[in-house]
Ligand binder design. Structure first.
Ligand SMILES: Nc1ncnc2c1ncn2[C@@H]1O[C@H](COP(=O)(O)OP(=O)(O)O)[C@@H](O)[C@H]1O
Ligand SMILES: N[C@@H](CC(=O)OP(=O)(O)O)C(=O)O
Length: 418
């Protein structure tokens, strides 16, 4: 069997869904199709959670209406009308979200987040499944929360592999079914409480299913021709790489190349399942193949992480940074779920480049209890893999460098945002 994952951009409107159906028609069966929320729905869902949590009722209602109207328009464009039995499951799901939003939130933000944001994937899979069926494909919709089991670390849940193995093998039998349609990004605890796997986690879901079901291959369908040596939105001359090793790809995603979620590679590498990154705009093109032995090219690769904050922490009493206080500082970052993208230490300073998210301010408050905290926001982190001196000079021309870290393969620079 195979697994194909379609991200938000590939289901952003009715034409995109029709294109997905054409691709699915052409793919070898049996097949599991993993789908993300439509377009930018997860961002809209996050905004909905903010309104819900802050108790802003007017804003909540407005945001809810907009999300439903967006999905309804896609349904209307696909089916011509919305009052049809095929769309019943979708409307039941809308009703269930509406009822949840009527209730008072608990005090647990991450829990509430997962319960609400997960509707993005439920809506998209219900609509796409209805349209695949309507187009004559033998599909079945699967609620992934019943078979992808996790712990209850909301917003960043960990997979329970043995339970997931058992439940997926029981669910994906392919009896009178050619294509299962299921959700990326979300899972469920053993008590059936919804969890999520971390933003952009649908690639990871495809890899989990591929691993558990011993898939021949996993394909992620993107709006780019494959993995490029840079983000084409930032570096327009970016070139596609035909093959990559798992190891090189995991490095790229670790440093922040948005195209693949970093957790995706391990489940595939462990079973030597090839990962294809292909364009849903040009499905006949070969894309990038990621497997054990990738191409042996040393093409320079550029990864720019935007919206970073550069932190400098120093002990209050001039005591120097030791292994002991280092481990305490790192434990605080871990506790607040703030990922360190670049780390350096000196006698008196601990410096780190981190994402500028909602967890940052509470983290800084906690660190200030023990340390002097200084920070510089509005910075970016540029990583150049397989660099040369002339490439560094070219890319840093006119930029203010705040910090740098150079190893044999990577040159990394914290630079001021232009
Ligand atoms: N090295 C890269 N190669 C290809 N695309 C990249 C790279 N780095 C960043 N991107 C961006 O990743 C986007 C695709 O990934 P993503 O938005 O996560 O897709 P999806 O939401 O469909 O899974 C592209 O539109 C591209 O702008
Ligand atoms: N919808 C989720 C999961 C995801 O992976 O989406 P996409 O495949 O569109 O990046 C998110 O936006 O985080």
């Amino acid at each position: 069997m195979q697994v194909s994952k379609f991200g938000g951009a590939s289901v952003k409107d009715a034409n995109a869904v029709r294109n997905l159906v054409r691709i699915v028609e052409g793919l070898e069966k049996p097949l599991v199709v993993v789908i993300s929320a439509m377009g930018k729905t997860t961002n809209a869902m996050e905004a909905l959670v903010e309104s819900y949590f802050s108790g802003n009722d007017a804003e909540l209602k407005e945001r809810f209406r907009n999300i439903i109207a967006y999905h309804e328009k896609i349904a209307k464009d696909l089916f011509g009308e919305v009052d049809i039995p095929e769309l019943r499951p979708f409307y039941d799901c809308v009703e269930s979200l509406s009822q949840r939003l009527e209730q008072q939130p608990s005090l647990h933000f991450d829990y509430e987040y997962d319960q609400i944001v997960s509707y993005g994937e439920l809506f998209s899979t219900l609509l796409v499944n209805a349209y695949l069926k309507y187009s004559g494909i033998r599909t079945q919709w699967i609620d992934v929360r019943q078979i992808l089991k996790t712990d209850d670390l909301y917003r960043n849940a960990n997979v329970d592999w043995s339970l997931t193995n058992k439940l997926m093998a029981e669910a994906f039998t392919f009896e009178e079914v050619d294509v299962y349609v299921t959700q990326g990004f979300i899972g469920g605890t053993i008590s059936n409480i919804t969890t999520t796997l971390g933003r952009e986690g649908s690639d990871y879901t495809a890899a989990i299913i591929g691993h558990v079901m011993d898939a021949e291959r996993v394909t992620v369908w993107k709006d780019v021709p494959g993995v490029l040596n840079a983000d084409p939105r930032i570096f327009p001359n970016a070139q596609k790489m035909d093959t990559l090793s798992y190891a090189e790809t995991i490095e790229l995603s670790y440093y922040g190349a948005q195209v693949i979620h970093p957790k995706t590679l391990k489940p595939l590498q462990n079973k030597q399942i090839p990962l294809y990154v292909k364009s849903f705009l040009n499905p006949d093109l070969p894309g990038t193949i990621i497997q054990q032995e990738g191409g042996n090219n040393n093409m320079p690769i550029y990864i720019l992480r935007k919206n970073q904050v550069f932190l400098t922490l120093s002990p209050r009493d001039f005591s120097f940074i030791t292994e002991g206080n280092l481990s305490e500082i790192l434990a605080v970052f871990n506790e607040f779920h703030v990922r360190i993208n670049l780390l350096q230490t000196s006698a008196l300073n601990f410096t780190a480049c981190v994402d500028n998210g909602r967890e940052l301010m509470p983290l800084l408050e906690k660190l200030k209890e023990q340390l002097v905290v200084r920070y510089n926001d509005n910075v970016e982190l540029l990583t150049i893999r397989h660099y040369t001196q002339s490439i560094i000079e070219e890319k840093l021309k006119g930029r203010t460098v705040i910090d740098s870290q150079i190893t044999r393969i990577n040159a990394r620079f914290v630079i001021k945002t232009l």
